[in-house]
Design a binder for this molecule. Structure first.
Ligand code: ATP
Ligand code: MG
Length: 174
């Protein structure tokens, strides 16, 4: 059904703000007016949790400098964009193309400090695909990383389309 992304972000903030505080990272959420996409609320919370969790954890292991994560949602050309921007260590270019592989972690020694299995981003990708959304990122070592998930905006047309394809799926199963 329709999912309000500001609501997703509120949930994520409530879950991860205590962690961010522990880790000495400032966490900021920006979502001013309703931004609606079509999909599964719990899955979208899981997607957002993984991205913000990464941003907070990997920013916290930076030695010095500003430690800040901003998650925001905005509309652009009929798309809804969920963005997570951090001032963390960044991701080296040679690691970038492997990032979404299952169990892949950039720097084993460094990453060990914050735990994790290397599944987070593969889950993000899987959930995004189920929502016909695209995941992009840009990153610069020493400056930070920005992840974006680009959704179609929720409209009545989109709803009908997706109901039809669900029906088709169900009929195929019979
Ligand atoms: P899990 O999410 O399963 O707990 P994980 O965080 O190691 O473990 P992913 O979320 O898939 O796994 O991330 C893969 C790797 O990408 C991480 O180990 C980390 O090295 C790197 N990475 C992900 N997000 C960031 C980020 N925002 N800044 C720097 N490195 C990142
Ligand atoms: Mg992770």
């Amino acid at each position: 059904g329709p999912v309000e992304m500001c609501h997703v972000m509120d949930r994520v903030y409530n879950i991860l703000e205590p962690l961010a505080e522990d880790y000495g990272v400032e966490l900021q959420i920006e979502c001013d007016e309703p931004k609606t996409v079509y999909g599964d609320l719990d899955r979208l919370v899981q997607l957002a949790l993984n991205l913000v969790d990464n941003a907070v954890k990997y920013t916290s292991i930076k030695e010095a400098g500003e430690k800040k994560v901003v998650a925001r949602c905005y509309e652009k050309e009929n798309m809804i964009i969920f963005e997570v921007k951090d001032t963390g260590p960044g991701i080296p270019e040679d690691a970038q193309r492997r990032l979404f592989e299952r169990f892949y972690r950039v720097d084993k020694a460094r990453s060990r400090k914050v735990g994790g299995t290397g599944l987070g981003l593969s889950i993000v990708k899987m959930i995004a695909e189920k929502h016909n959304a695209k995941v992009t990122f840009e990153s610069k070592v020493g400056e930070g990383t920005t992840f974006r998930v680009i959704f179609n905006k929720y409209t009545e047309d989109l709803k009908e389309q997706s109901e039809k394809s669900n029906e088709a799926l169900q009929n195929n199963r019979k």
